[in-house]
Design a protein around this ligand. Structure first.
Ligand code: ATP
Ligand code: MG
Length: 246
């Protein structure tokens, strides 16, 4: 369904991705791991139209999306979260979620005059449902900037979920969290984010990776070095060398 062919992306003389091939397996969680600077976030940026690749092609359900805008990728039902959280800080939790619906509607209708349409009962119910499953109900009237980090990360996921995407790309959803917060995040992803969806999960925390990923892709210096079933990949010699440094 999501098919990347020979993707390269450089920043000046730095090759962030080098002829990378990736075919996402539908409705499973694919872990994307690799050392710092190996190109993981760049890959997600390419899979959401934030960057266009220098060369290579991107197909989604056989449709060529190479060079299309981020709005176009969002319209195709591809959502993401950010490693460096990007919320509307001075908007409440509920407003942040509703804003995600406004963007969805705007993309659909190609204008910004759709705000009233998003405040219908159906959308409000959907927002409440997402607040409930992400355990954010009690915080719904707080400003995003008032939330502690784990809740800000949950809100990012809630914003992605409310648009009911087919694919969600999660960039370090447990970044900066304690082990117990990470455990709770793993539960939430397993129970409420993954079912019925295709997920890519970038993470450095191997316990989270091994708990929730069925399939793993390992990047190093912008190249895919190993891919396969999670437990096999984690014990692969190349992965231990590149990632864990032994
Ligand atoms: N917009 C940019 N301009 C210049 N260089 C960039 C840009 N984005 C990424 N890079 C560089 O590309 C390389 C890959 O970066 P990327 O953020 O994709 O790595 P990563 O695997 O996500 O790392 P981390 O685990 O630290 O998040 C790095 O060397 C980074 O400095
Ligand atoms: Mg990154």
């Amino acid at each position: 369904m999501f098919d990347l062919r020979s993707i390269s992306k450089s920043f000046g003389s730095l090759k962030a991705l080098d002829q990378l091939d990736l075919q996402l397996k539908p409705k499973i969680i694919t872990g994307l791991i690799g050392p710092n600077g190996s190109g993981k976030t760049t890959l997600i940026n390419i899979m959401t139209g934030i960057y266009a690749p220098d060369s290579g092609s991107i197909y989604f359900h056989q449709q060529n999306l190479t060079g299309e805008s981020a709005e176009c990728f969002a319209q195709k039902s591809i959502a993401r979260t950010f490693q460096n959280i990007r919320l509307f800080k001075r908007m409440t939790v509920m407003e942040n979620i509703m804003a995600s619906l406004v963007t969805k509607e705007k993309n659909k209708r190609n204008n910004w005059f759709s705000y009233p349409f998003t405040r219908n009962k159906f959308n409000l119910n959907k927002a409440h449902e997402v607040l409930e499953i992400m355990n954010l109900k009690d915080q719904r009237n707080l400003f995003a900037e008032e939330l502690p980090l784990p809740l800000r990360r949950k809100l990012e996921i809630a914003r992605a979920l409310v648009a009911e995407p087919e694919v969600i790309l999660l960039d370090e959803p447990a970044g900066g969290m304690t082990p117990s917060e990470t455990f709770e995040m793993a539960e939430l992803i397993n129970l409420h984010v993954a079912p019925g969806r295709t997920i890519v999960l970038i993470e450095h925390k191997m316990d989270l990776i091994s708990k929730i990923c069925n399939h793993l892709v390992v990047l190093n210096h912008g190249e895919k070095i190993v891919e396969g079933e999670t437990h096999e990949v984690l014990s692969h010699k190349k992965v231990l060398e590149a990632y864990i440094g032994i």
